[in-house]
Design a protein around this ligand. Structure first.
Ligand code: AVJ
Length: 333
């Protein structure tokens, strides 16, 4: 991937140094704002990825196990709606665990294309998967799926299935989610499909418990971002003077995670000072929740048709199958 010619705008930063430069720029920019914020994608360094895996095991954190249950229960149903020879493109494939539920039931899938920002993780997971599915062509792409990446699908758009599990779509604002889905639809082409996991709106206490687990793993995950800044960007955050805060914002239909300064203080990052008042927060993540009809509306505005929705008995989580219908012609509009 790092042949040095790939444009940084089109692909991953070409080198670790580029990634570090982007990280520094994003942190200085985010902390310099009147309302301080940091991009959630920086949670996932090695320790952050391990903490996230532990979050998925927590009693309070229902999304992962609920989505897995929905996928295993309805895998046959999903497969029935798809042709033979599909190319499965997974956005943010991580350890490629959930996709096995699909690969086990799909009719002679042509290829599996895991796309992930973490190169080492990607290669290792792809190799394990290829060993377990010897007849399957596995073509990993080391890329940030938020940026355009080259994709070719044998048999055309009708044979393309994007897989975007985990309710990662919730990390986008609704407008960003719409733009992302519209872009994905254009990339796959009319007739392309999307299987996506979306966390549902529900009782506030249940939602808030999922992001405020009793054992403090989510707090450690959130605070790890400051540790990472200290380590990689020469930051001076005192972790004991920041606290994890997570709450449901009813108006905006989203969980917000913040890190709250417990006292007035000035910290520096790469020598640049940032002042905090007592109680001031850094906004670190949003996790939007959608009722089925809300998500169907959003998807339609992004030119996707909702084909089917599967949920669990408690209506905690949803898995949707969608078809790209393409934007209406400008000539007719
Ligand atoms: C991976 C973005 C879906 O929003 O629930 C879990 C991340 N943050 N606990 C989510 C997360 C805190 C997770 N997503």
């Amino acid at each position: 991937m790092t042949d040095g010619t790939a444009s940084r705008r089109d692909h991953m930063p070409a080198t670790k140094a580029d990634w570090d430069a982007d990280f520094l720029k994003d942190v200085l920019d985010g902390l310099g704002r009147t309302v301080k914020a940091l991009p959630a994608k920086y949670f996932y360094d090695e320790r952050g990825s391990k903490l996230f895996d532990r979050i998925c095991e927590l009693d309070e954190y229902y999304p992962t196990r609920t989505e897995t249950a929905i996928l295993s229960r309805h895998a046959g149903d999903i497969a029935e709606r798809l042709d033979r020879g599909m190319t499965l493109v997974e956005l943010g494939s991580g350890s490629s665990v959930k996709v096995r539920l699909l690969l086990d039931v799909l009719d002679e899938p042509a290829a599996y294309v895991p796309v992930d920002i973490s190169g080492e993780h990607l290669e290792a997971s792809a190799a394990r998967l290829a060993a377990d599915y010897p007849d399957l062509t596995v073509k990993p792409i080391h890329a940030d799926y938020n940026r355009p990446f080259p994709l070719s699908v044998k048999g055309g758009p009708e044979r393309a299935l994007a897989f975007f599990p985990g309710s990662t779509i919730g990390n986008f604002s609704p407008d960003e989610a719409k733009a992302f889905l519209a872009r994905l639809g254009r990339q796959l082409g009319v007739g392309g499909r999307l299987l996506i996991g979306v966390d549902l709106k529900k009782d506030k206490a249940r939602l808030e418990a999922a992001y405020n687990d009793a054992s403090g793993v989510t707090a450690a995950f959130n605070l790890n971002l400051l540790e990472r800044i200290n380590r990689e960007l020469d930051g001076t955050f005192d972790l004991s003077s920041f606290a994890h805060r997570a709450f449901y914002n009813d108006q905006l239909g989203r969980i917000e995670m913040h890190l709250e300064s417990l006292r007035p203080q000035t910290i520096t990052v790469a020598g640049v000072p940032f002042r905090f008042q007592e109680g001031e927060t850094i906004h670190t993540e949003v996790s939007h929740k959608y009722a089925v009809a809300e998500f169907a509306d959003l998807a339609r505005e992004a030119h996707w048709d909702l084909e089917e929705t599967w949920t669990d008995a408690e209506d905690l989580f949803s898995v949707h199958l969608l078809t790209a219908i393409g934007a209406p012609s400008r000539l007719r509009a």
